[in-house]
Ligand binder design. Structure first.
Ligand SMILES: Cc1cc2nc3c(=O)[nH]c(=O)nc-3n(C[C@H](O)[C@H](O)[C@H](O)COP(=O)(O)OP(=O)(O)OC[C@H]3O[C@@H](n4cnc5c(N)ncnc54)[C@H](O)[C@@H]3O)c2cc1C
Length: 258
């Protein structure tokens, strides 16, 4: 479900330090030897260990963890936050992790949100190494733990939401994946399937903060993670937990004063 992989990342243009924010926290990070990418059109390359996730198994695991801690899942659609305030009138904290929900949910209106369609090809092949290319021809080839496939991407299609497989994108992703990692992806690889999804994007980046909407009523916003929702999930959840504790302390102190 989750495993450590070695990743080779190539950059068309030398990245700014900010783009390599993980450099200082990843002990296995190193600059790639120039001889590995010289003459290929890349200005920079790096190698590091990272985590690969098999989302379906991982999400089931997370769900079980939440249930084991006493959480309950209720699956329903809402049009307005008032529905929740009415149904859970004693609740103090509401976490808004609704992706692009704030485009339409009354009480959360955020016109910076937009859908960003993505599509992947799943290829049967053997590798425990990943490859990524940053720049104009953004491409990745990432092994999916326990499934015998690698995910080949990527594509960003802002404001598109259709679920049909676009075969032109499939062909282009295979071409780019072969160019990036010919030892792993052949010109005509064994295709195991396709993935289509909508990334919850937001102009200016994700929103992770507390909003007080009434006395003893808060919304903790955690949305707009676009193509990095899994990468940021631990940090975002940690931040939400910290904000809940902050509210709890404030609430307890105010209750004692009375
Ligand atoms: C092809 C593809 C490849 C990707 N690759 C990566 C990757 O390599 N690494 C990475 O980190 N991320 C990747 N992502 C992005 C990642 O999938 C998302 O960032 C992540 O799923 C966002 O999670 P979320 O829970 O914030 O939002 P969402 O998954 O959008 O969840 C929001 C939830 O809110 C619910 N909701 C919304 N509106 C309402 C409403 N009105 N009433 C009730 N419920 C509502 C939705 O039903 C949904 O369950 C990829 C995405 C795609 C499409």
């Amino acid at each position: 479900m989750l495993c450590v992989i070695q990743l080779d990342e190539y950059f068309e243009k030398k990245p700014k330090d900010l783009d390599l924010w993980f450099k200082g926290v990843n002990p296995k990070f190193r600059d790639m030897e120039k001889s590995k990418y010289e003459g290929t059109g890349f200005e920079y390359g790096c190698e590091y260990e990272t985590l690969a996730i098999e989302p379906r198994r991982y999400l089931k695991f997370i769900k079980r963890e939440i249930e084991n801690l006493g959480g309950h899942f209720i699956c329903r659609s809402i049009a307005s936050m008032d529905e929740l305030y009415q149904d859970y009138e004693d609740s103090i904290v509401f976490v808004n992790a609704s992706g692009i929900g704030p485009m339409t949910i009354k009480g959360l209106e955020d016109d910076k949100c937009y859908p960003n369609r993505g599509q992947n090809v799943l290829v049967r092949t053997k590798t425990d190494k990943g490859f990524s290319r940053s720049g104009e021809e953004y491409t990745y080839v990432i092994p999916r733990p326990l499934s015998g496939v690698v995910v080949c991407g990527g594509v960003n299609e802002p404001n598109k939401t259709h679920a049909d497989i676009d075969m032109e994108i499939v062909e282009d992703e295979i071409r780019r994946a072969h160019k990036l990692a010919p030892e792993v992806i052949s010109k005509a690889p064994d295709i195991a399937g396709y993935v289509v999804g909508i990334r919850p994007a937001r102009k200016g980046g994700f929103r992770l903060e507390k909003e007080q909407v009434a006395k003893n009523k808060y919304i903790l916003h955690a949305y707009g993670f676009n193509g990095k929702g899994y990468a940021f999930s631990y940090g975002a959840a940690y931040m939400v937990g910290t904000l809940v504790e902050e509210i709890e302390k404030e609430y307890t102190a105010n209750t004692r004063k009375r």
